[in-house]
Design a protein around this ligand. Structure first.
Ligand code: ATP
Ligand code: MG
Length: 276
């Protein structure tokens, strides 16, 4: 039996009479379908994400990777299928509810607040805490100030994790592109989510910034986060991925360990024939 097939209970039979514990699936996407007009972008997309692992979502341009992210995180309404987080259905929930359940994403096109400082960009993403509404600020000013102080400290600690604490007071426009990409990761971390979906975190980075991002991703994984990372560079995929989900034209063509998937000549042909 294929050891990369994750059962809902996390157990698979390796050989008759021998039971081995496979990682439990944190997220199971089944039959996910999305149409834009008459064009089917996700076509019964099915894959699972084992808890605590880094899965790379790969495939040529237009394969449907970002659309899958959009459906999982509630940015798009899917037409059919299911997305279960530890067995609980996410389809039908709003974006903030999905974040509260522990699933957060970064965007291919950054989406930072450019007029704000680096630290404020993280503070606005911190998981809710009471005390920051205007009435509390008026009637309980000391409590409110303490909440703000705590949020700031928390945001600075997160910036430390992505090696950006020294840029906390800079404006987003003053930091480099590589640092902006790291800030996107910090914002995802601020939500306290267990499952992080990163859409092309390394795209456009210089060699040094790229090495840095790979290090940060490794650190997130070591801290126990489960990651789904869209990545086009196969060298980086081999570096960071425990598993690969290979998508093409809205369908998952392969799911498994990086070596096996990346060595399949039919997939390599699709991948490099598809514009990369
Ligand atoms: N809002 C939309 N309306 C219509 N078509 C869309 C929309 N968003 C995406 N598409 C189309 O859906 C297909 C999948 O797009 P998607 O952005 O999910 O691909 P991707 O795998 O993320 O590609 P890339 O590697 O270039 O980021 C593409 O053909 C795209 O043109
Ligand atoms: Mg994309």
């Amino acid at each position: 039996m294929n050891p990369n097939v994750i059962t809902s209970g996390g157990t698979f039979v390796e050989s008759p009479g021998v039971r081995t514990q496979a990682p439990t699936a944190l997220l199971v996407v089944e039959g996910l379908t999305k149409n834009f007009g008459g064009f089917r972008v996700l076509d019964a997309t099915t894959f699972s994400l084992p808890e605590g692992q880094v899965t790379c979502l790969v495939g040529p341009n237009g394969a449907g990777k970002t659309t899958a992210f959009d459906c999982i995180t509630g940015f798009l309404k899917s037409d059919a299928g299911s997305i279960r987080l530890r067995g609980d259905e996410l389809i039908g929930l709003g974006r903030s509810d999905i974040v509260r359940r522990g699933v957060a994403r970064s965007f291919q096109n950054l989406r930072l607040f450019e007029e704000m400082s680096v630290v404020d960009n993280v503070i606005v993403c911190l998981a809710d805490e009471t005390g920051n509404d205007p009435l509390t600020a008026v009637f309980r000013p000391f409590y409110s100030a303490a909440v703000l102080r705590r949020k700031r400290e928390k945001a600075l600690a997160i910036l430390e994790q992505v090696e950006l604490a020294h840029k906390a007071e800079d404006h987003v426009t003053q930091i480099s592109f590589g640092q902006q990409k790291l800030l996107c990761i910090a914002r995802v971390l601020a939500t306290d989510a267990k499952l992080l979906l990163l859409d092309e975190p390394t795209s456009g980075l210089s060699a040094t910034a790229l090495d840095n991002m790979v290090k940060v991703i490794g650190r997130l994984s070591a801290s126990g986060k489960t990651l789904l990372v869209v990545e086009h560079n196969t060298r980086i995929v081999r570096d960071i991925a425990d598993r690969i989900v290979f998508m093409h034209q809205g369908r998952v063509l392969a799911e498994g360990d990086p070596q096996t998937v990346l060595d399949r000549s039919d997939l390599v042909e699709i991948y490099f024939g598809g514009g990369h």
